[in-house]
Design a protein around this ligand. Structure first.
Ligand SMILES: [Zn+2]
Length: 148
């Protein structure tokens, strides 16, 4: 049996337990809204996503708002999601005029689409995220998310 050596090939830090708990709370809010509004159809997508890290400053490619999901970016694993450097800050989404919670929800939906479908192109993920977001945003507001 060969030893498995895990080498991150993105400029990212491993997600901390506190950060992971924070993200899990938002995913749980989305799942609970998915039950009441869209028959829970995005739950398997969210469950397919494994959030592993948070990008270092100015990664990837100078964009502190960008999150990524890719296959095989960490040796020995399937697909993994790295959250944007600004994810946990009030600056997240500011560059495009979104409240942080709105951009966080859109990002989770978008990255979960990549994780579940292994479609790494940007042809469907943005549409998927936008259409689900429209259906659940009223419910999310009732959960206390600050969306606009
Ligand atoms: Zn994408």
């Amino acid at each position: 049996m060969a030893a498995v050596v895990i080498l991150p090939d993105w400029e990212a830090n491993q997600i901390t337990q506190a950060q992971a708990d924070n993200v899990k709370k938002m995913i749980d809010d989305i799942k609970s809204c998915s039950q009441s509004t869209v028959d829970g159809r995005m739950k398997p997508y969210l469950d397919a996503m494994t959030i592993t890290g948070v990008f270092k400053q100015n990664e990837p490619d100078g964009d502190n708002d960008d999150s990524k999901t890719k296959n095989g970016q960490f040796l020995g694993y399937g697909n993994r999601t790295i959250l944007a450097h600004y994810w946990f800050t009030p600056n997240f989404g500011q560059s495009i005029g979104y409240k942080p919670d709105k951009f966080r929800v859109l990002t989770l939906l978008h990255e979960s689409y990549h994780a579940a479908t292994e479609d790494w192109t940007e042809s469907q993920a943005p549409n998927y995220a936008a259409s689900i977001y429209d259906e659940i945003k009223c419910c999310l507001k009732q959960q206390g998310l600050d969306l606009e």
